[in-house]
Design a binder for this molecule. Structure first.
Ligand code: ZN
Length: 245
């Protein structure tokens, strides 16, 4: 898109889709780019179906907890939030008032939630879509719990459906997570992945298939497109910061 085409788009539309992800270990079988590649793919397909502009993907995210695995390129929560927020503010300059962030990595969520709240005060309504909780609700029987964890069968299946040439199923493993010795109910610990996994896989990945991945993707993209359409048709006056009561 040239700036002339951008001008035409922003004159008619106040909504965009922004995919964000991470570059982090996903076990021995999956590419480091898994989270940003999946976010980009589902964001672009939903954009096509809804006539909404999709921006380039932000590839690096908040994943220092995977850093002991080679090739994990991470940034701090603060840097991530500020970087994405400034991109959102640049969009506001062109009249964008609604932004759907398609997040491919759970570690980014806390920063994105803070950002969305701050952007609402700026008069911009930001929603955050994550495909794996959507899939667990929409297709509860497609995978079991051990297949729905980090780099396990569900994520591997989606990779197989999107880009089989960069998945090496010969290296796929199943690994049951070790419980930390001080873990108890109600406790949150500052764990790194190496505290409970040797391979970087949590759960079962060998049962992955492109066919299951395609089913997942259809449901995920339908749901994301449904949300984008709803937001596209919503008026910013009904979404924006409320005045004092
Ligand atoms: Zn992932």
């Amino acid at each position: 898109m040239s700036w002339v085409e951008a001008e035409e788009y922003f004159a008619e539309n106040d909504i965009v889709i922004l995919p964000v992800g991470s570059n982090e270990q996903h076990g021995p079988a999956n590419p480091l780019g898994t989270d940003h590649l999946i976010a980009k793919a589902i964001a672009e397909e939903s954009a096509k179906r809804t006539g909404v502009l999709c921006l380039p993907v932000v590839p690096f995210g908040v994943s220092s907890h995977h850093r002991q695995f080679w090739g994990t390129i991470y940034v701090s929560p603060k840097a991530f939030k500020e970087y994405v927020k400034e991109a959102c503010l640049a969009l506001k300059y062109y009249g964008v008032r609604k932004i759907v962030i398609v997040n491919g990595h759970g570690g980014n969520l806390a920063s994105l939630s803070e950002l969305a709240r701050e952007m609402r005060e700026e008069g911009v309504f930001v929603s955050v879509f994550q495909w794996w909780p959507a899939a667990a609700r929409l297709l509860p029987d497609l995978f079991d719990l051990e297949e729905r964890k980090h780099a396990s069968a569900e994520e591997t299946s989606v990779n197989l459906a999107l880009h089989p040439n960069i998945v090496n199923m010969a290296k796929a493993v199943d690994e049951k997570s070790r419980e930390h010795p001080v873990q108890a109910e109600g406790i949150t610990l500052p764990l790194d992945t190496t505290d409970f996994s040797k391979t970087g896989v949590w759960g079962k990945s060998t049962t992955a298939s492109a066919e299951k991945g395609k089913k997942d993707l259809e449901a995920i993209i339908d749901e994301l497109a449904r949300h984008v359409k709803l937001l596209k048709n919503a008026k910013i006056e009904d979404l924006a910061e409320r005045s004092k009561v």
